[in-house]
Ligand binder design. Structure first.
Ligand code: HEC
Length: 119
């Protein structure tokens, strides 16, 4: 019986729909992420990202880096480590005007998006 329950559980888990893949809207300079599928805990990070991360360049740069896994300017792999390193690099730029907490929120969101993009 336990085995059967395990089987049912496994079947149920496998039948769960895969996470909605990361969605992108717009083209070129106006390209951005579609936040409608983001989990509630990511909403405030998105608010920070969409205002602070477009002050020096458009969101296109971030969209391309995350969806292709290649940093759009340097051509280096854009993975979880790169997202963190990049976030803190931005924080050190005085013009970015971002706190450590804001950077952390945006790095968490980028990691979430990298996972979603991999589906
Ligand atoms: C102070 C201006 C400024 C702000 C604010 C800024 N960026 Fe950038 N970003 C740059 C510049 C300049 C580059 C070009 C390469 C470099 O300096 O790393 C860049 C490059 C990038 C790249 C490509 C990196 C590479 O190595 O190819 C990504 C991705 C990126 N930015 C994302 C973001 C995100 C996410 C945020 C918000 C946390 C952000 N940017 C905020 C100036 C900025």
């Amino acid at each position: 019986m336990t085995r059967f329950m395990m089987f049912l559980l496994a079947a149920f888990l496998m039948a769960e729909p895969c996470h909605a893949a990361l969605k992108v809207i717009g083209k070129g300079e106006s390209m951005t992420f579609d936040p409608s599928g983001f989990p509630p805990r990511m909403k405030s990070s998105w608010e920070i990202m969409k205002t602070k991360c477009v002050m020096c360049h458009s969101m296109e740069r971030t969209v391309v880096s995350i969806t292709t896994g290649i940093a759009s300017v340097s051509g280096q792999p854009f993975d979880h480590n790169a997202a963190r390193a990049y976030g803190f690099k931005m924080m050190r730029k005085p013009e970015s005007n971002m706190s450590r907490q804001e950077i952390k929120a945006v790095v968490d969101l980028m990691n979430y998006m990298l996972d979603e993009a991999a589906h």
